[in-house]
Ligand binder design. Structure first.
Ligand SMILES: *Cc1c(COP(=O)(O)O)cnc(C)c1O
Length: 496
């Protein structure tokens, strides 16, 4: 019988029993030749890992690796060289402990990209998390009274000051805010919405389905393109719980259209003793129009228009953590806060800490546009973005040559996350186009390039545009992070 002696460093004296096997006789010989878990643990790498992380995790990966090798051998498949198995274990252990969420470079041109985690937190919000989260905090503890407190109180006064509302509460996200509001104010009764506003937001958030989940009956009024005040008026009767306006955040109805504004609707609602609820979606607290950007309705405008409840997201244009903000009249907010669904939808302390720091930036309007990444990126001047792209053009061209040609281009960024779907913000970047390939091979060349960009240590996410891949430089504030990876990109493309 062939013996496999592993030296403590994991290398065998007898070479490769484990390499390709065909017959069942050699396969069972190879099976017997596999080292034991114990032997593997004596390898230099494995021993070092066990000293750092403890035996248990190393043993688990050693067992898994051996089991996989056994299965492959039984199936008559080659398992490769046996030497260096403990390095393989080390790789597996390290991989299992690495963060699977990693920073990426968003060159997609969409500033608030839901798949890339939406808004980036401001430095002050991050610092707040770092100082607070390793300690017990007064999250729900009134330090003056020495008794139980209310977590909403951490941000309620800020939200009231910034929006002009009487009261405010916070939940996990805006979808939860809408669900909770409808449940608390309308369960078992009817909610009137314009047919032109029955939106579907990505990720299966459809207004009619949310209404059903909240136990309210949807009453649609008007038509897809036109809804009038008398449509609402005629639909109101004793089972009506509230009137609802939904900001059609991810589409526009164009042409022969008419809708009823919050200012017009509020007097009708109030004359009938009903609350007017507005789901704003994004909800910017600063007037983007004042900075040359497309205007987006603001929560403070909705409050002054007479809405009793306004809901919006924490991580869209607000630029904070994921959260659903609900502002409005004291009476409505009290009902919402006391609703049994509030507890399962409540916001966590991580989000609350980051939200408070984010909202405090808005107390200093001159600073917020500089210190809040979402606003800073949106307001970044095109000339600066173009200059940034120009400095990297030659280096990028060198990295992707000879397969791709690189040109400096004007492009348009999008706000993203449904806000202002048609609005484009002028931007600049690099366009990478396959060079010297047949038309029908363009697609696969581009996919290869996009793939190579995604496999970089800080994956780079661009945008396909017909037969080019566009890298929009709007969100690349640190071009060195791209520059540093160009040698690896060149390597990946050469291998491919
Ligand atoms: C984005 C959006 C939502 C959902 O908000 P989340 O914070 O993603 O849960 C709901 N309604 C409208 C109009 C939106 O734009």
């Amino acid at each position: 019988m062939e013996r496999t002696d592993f030296k403590p460093d994991g290398r065998r004296k007898t070479p490769s029993v484990c390499s390709t096997h065909t017959s069942s006789a050699t396969s069972s010989r190879a099976l017997r030749g596999l080292p034991s878990v114990d032997t593997l643990l004596h390898g230099a790498c494995a021993a070092r890992l066990a000293a750092e992380h403890g035996q248990a995790i190393v043993v688990r990966h050693a067992r898994e690796l051996l089991e996989e090798m056994r299965q492959r051998l039984r199936a008559g498949e080659p398992v490769g060289e046996c030497a260096g198995l403990d390095e393989q274990i080390a790789r597996r252990v390290t991989q299992s402990l690495a963060s699977s969420m990693k920073p990426v470079l968003n060159l997609s041109g969409t500033v608030i990209h839901t798949n890339l985690g939406r808004s980036l937190l401001a430095d002050e919000a991050v610092a707040r998390l770092v100082t607070l989260m390793a300690y017990p905090t007064n999250l729900e503890y009134d330090l003056e009274a020495g008794s139980r407190g209310e977590r909403d109180s951490i941000v309620e006064h800020l939200l009231c000051r910034l929006t002009g509302a009487e009261a405010a509460t916070v939940v996990n996200n805006n979808a939860a805010a809408v669900l909770l509001t409808l449940f608390a104010l309308g369960r078992g009764r009817e909610v009137i919405v314009s047919r032109g506003e029955l939106v579907e937001i990505g990720g299966a958030f459809r207004m009619p389905d949310v209404m059903e989940s909240a136990g309210v009956r949807l009453v649609e009024v008007g038509t897809t393109n036109r809804t009038h005040l008398h449509d609402y008026e005629q639909a109101i009767h004793e089972r009506t719980a509230l009137l609802m306006k939904v900001h059609t955040s991810n589409y526009v109805v164009k042409g022969f259209t008419s809708s009823v504004s919050e200012e017009e609707l509020a007097p009708l609602a109030h004359a009938k003793g009903l609350p007017l609820v507005c789901d704003l979606g994004s909800g910017s607290l600063v007037d983007l129009g004042a900075y040359g950007l497309p205007r987006e309705p603001m929560p403070q405008q909705m409050i002054s228009a007479g809405c009793d409840v306004v809901t919006f997201s924490g991580d869209k244009l607000l630029g904070g953590p994921q959260a659903g903000l609900i502002v409005g009249s004291r009476q409505a907010i009290t009902k919402i806060r006391n609703c049994p669904l509030k507890r399962p939808l409540r916001v966590g302390k991580l989000s609350l800490a980051a939200l408070e720091a984010t909202l405090q930036l808005y107390l200093r309007p001159e600073r917020v546009i500089r210190d809040l990444p979402t606003l800073r990126l949106l307001m970044r001047p095109k000339a600066e973005i173009r200059a940034c792209a120009a400095t990297l053009q030659a280096a990028v061209a060198d990295a992707v040559a000879p397969g791709f040609a690189v040109v400096l281009v004007d492009t348009d960024s999008q706000i993203g996350s449904g806000a202002l779907p048609e609005a484009r913000v002028p931007s600049a970047g690099l366009a990478l186009a396959p060079a010297g390939v047949k038309k029908k091979e363009t697609g696969s060349a581009l996919n290869g390039l996009a793939n190579a960009l995604r496999t970089l240590p800080k994956p780079v996410i661009g945008r396909m545009d017909d037969d080019r891949l566009i890298l929009d430089f709007r969100c690349l504030e640190r071009p060195d992070e791209l520059a540093a990876q160009l040698p690896q990109l060149k390597q990946a493309l050469t291998r491919a």
